[in-house]
Write a protein that binds this ligand. Structure first.
Ligand code: PLP
Length: 419
């Protein structure tokens, strides 16, 4: 069998894919001892959230099954959802958008993929650039062409003894002459970092100056699921593509996301949808339309999801502070958004992969940090920051989180002692 260049590119394991496969295999082949999985990107199974989506799905089945599921729909998205999205964002942010500014897709991952295929790649002067790594590992496989995605390493700021933050390296972005599109998550996966107003302005300025799209992925942010503080509310602007998703608001399996952008960006994205998958699931779109129109997605985000993750974050930080050895130089990223704690072990002896392997022996999974940086063509440098970080999911239940953190602390002690 001969794979095409695109086939080879798509077949390659990018980001954390090989780790995720390792986790899946280990769990399948495990004996009776349960695993504590702190590596997952799944939202927590919150009963009130699951029950709301179940009710709304039942409502969609009873009111629109025949219309939604028994015929094809438009590639832009089901008209009732597209209209609900436009009304919702006009009401919330006074954007003045219409259906021509909206495209619905099967998850925001696919919309990012479509945008990268349309706006970047295919030539060395047009890459999808992640302006602030670490960022969502799923971006690394977006481009159909080899070498089509690149990342810029951040400026690291030590905030205090136990915390740090990443800052945008604006001059490094300005120096690049290969930007076809900029893309980033805010709040980010993994660090929970939200764009600051000044950084947002700087990125918009670069995108306007070069006439390239700036894709902002709001998967964890405003207006839903609203996990953590947003420093800049989503804005409608000439060069910005805003992506939204209901996955982190509790419906990842139904695969609904949408992008809002100027028509010149949205039109080719709709055509891509027509050429590739026709459209996203219509029944799920009907469900999301009800969630938006009824205001229930808003209430769920502010009354249930946001407080849930705020509590989990506080708990995780307390547990880490109590469990991690005080003579190890560890720091948490200062951002408060998203579904993860991002931990930096600022020690030359530390390796994310070694910790991963040791924790695996203790039946715990974490996500090693290096996969969130884009350094695909270089072997990891000694003491490189990316290999000194790990991501811990806040979605695990409280006992698992507590026990997992206790085992992380024990494994760290071993690594420190060189055992
Ligand atoms: N964007 C970010 C930042 C994510 O972390 C994820 C999933 O983990 C996605 C997008 C994928 O979202 P969706 O389920 O809408 O495709």
């Amino acid at each position: 069998m001969i794979l095409s260049p695109i086939g080879r590119k798509m077949d390659a394991k990018s980001g954390l894919r090989s780790i995720m496969e390792d986790i899946a295999m280990s769990v399948v082949n495990a004996g009776s001892e349960p695993w504590i999985n702190l590596s997952v990107g799944n939202p927590a199974p919150i009963p009130a959230v699951m029950s709301m989506w179940r009710q709304l799905t039942e409502q969609a089945v009873s009111t629109s099954f025949e219309m939604s599921s028994c015929g094809y729909g438009p590639s832009r998205g089901a008209p009732q959802l597209v209209a609900a999205i436009a009304d919702y964002f006009n009401g919330m942010y006074q954007w003045g958008i219409g259906p021509e500014n909206v495209v619905v897709g099967p998850g925001s991952q696919m919309l990012c993929f479509i945008a990268a295929a349309i706006f970047a790649g295919g030539s060395p002067d047009s890459r999808a650039i992640m302006p602030l790594t670490p960022d969502y590992t799923g971006y690394q496989g977006l481009c159909l062409h080899a070498d089509g995605v690149a990342g810029i390493e951040p400026v690291i700021q030590r905030v205090d003894d136990r915390s740090f933050r990443y800052a945008l390296d604006e001059p490094a972005i300005e120096r690049r002459d290969d930007i076809g599109m900029l893309l980033l998550s805010s709040p980010s996966n993994p660090a929970g970092r939200s764009l600051e107003p000044g950084e947002y302005k700087a990125l918009v300025k670069i995108s306007e100056h070069r006439d390239i799209p700036l894709l902002i992925d709001n998967a964890y942010g405003e207006p839903f699921p609203r996990i953590g503080e947003g420093r800049v509310p989503p804005q409608f602007s000439d060069t910005v593509i805003n992506c939204f998703s209901v996955s982190k608001a509790g419906l990842p399996g139904e695969r609904i996301g949408f992008a809002i952008a100027p028509e010149r960006y949205v039109s080719p994205m709709v055509s891509f949808m027509t050429n590739s998958m026709l459209h996203a699931s219509s029944l799920a779109q009907a469900t999301v339309a009800i969630a938006l129109r009824s205001g229930r997605l808003d209430t769920l985000s502010s009354d249930v999801i946001a407080p849930f993750y705020a509590n989990r974050r506080q708990l995780a930080e307390e547990l880490l502070a109590a469990a991690l050895p005080t003579d190890i130089n560890w720091r948490l990223h200062a951002g408060s958004g998203g579904m993860f704690s991002w931990l930096w072990i600022d020690e030359p002896w530390f390796s994310d992969m070694e910790l991963y392997q040791r924790l695996k022996l203790r039946h715990v999974f974490i996500a090693p940090g290096r996969g969130f940086f884009l350094d695909a063509h270089q072997p990891p440098r000694a003491s490189w920051h990316g290999t000194q970080c790990i991501r811990v999911s806040l979605s695990a239940d409280e006992p698992s989180l507590a026990e997992g953190i206790r085992r992380i602390a024990a494994a760290l002690r071993e690594l420190q002692a060189g055992q």
